[in-house]
Design a protein around this ligand. Structure first.
Ligand code: HEC
Length: 126
């Protein structure tokens, strides 16, 4: 009986030990699937944690979205629609190398519509 308890405690400690070493779960952000797909294909190369471009990450890191303050999110949502609509993002140079990352008009619309809905939601406090 005593042995069993020791074993249980040891297993517990071992479990906690390994758990504390397992990598942080990548924060799964609540973008709708459709939006997430667009961002991953056209934006994540520069605006996600793995990206090397400090300038781009300073502007926006989609993987840290949840950490941004409300006002920052709302501001960025407006910027996202604007840069995409104006064709500033993804940058022309990048698209020369990766033409498959170009956004279709339909994707731009989906993204812009979402930014508007999302900022309204945020402004209403949900
Ligand atoms: C090839 C890398 C690259 C890709 C891909 C890319 N960006 Fe950027 N982005 C940058 C860089 C670098 C900056 C900061 C400097 C600048 O404004 O040019 C930036 C800045 C921004 C800004 C800040 C506003 C601004 O005008 O400075 C927004 C918003 C943005 N990007 C959104 C996006 C969105 C949305 C996508 C995908 C549709 C995207 N970016 C794809 C490199 C990229």
């Amino acid at each position: 009986m005593k042995k069993q308890i020791v074993l249980m405690v040891a297993t517990g400690i071992l479990f906690l030990f390994f758990q504390s070493f397992s990598p942080e779960p990548a924060s799964e952000i609540d973008f709708p699937d459709e939006i997430s797909t667009i961002l991953k294909s056209s934006c994540y190369d520069c605006h996600s944690t793995e990206a090397k471009s400090e300038k781009a990450l300073k502007a926006i890191n989609f993987e840290q979205w949840d950490d941004y303050r409300l006002t920052k999110k709302i501001g960025l949502l407006g910027d996202i629609c604007k840069v995409v609509d104006e064709g500033k993002m993804p940058p022309e140079k990048y698209l020369e190398h990766k033409p498959d990352r170009k956004m279709s008009e339909a994707q731009k619309k989906v993204l812009c519509d979402w930014t508007r809905q999302e900022s309204e939601k945020l402004m209403q406090g949900n």
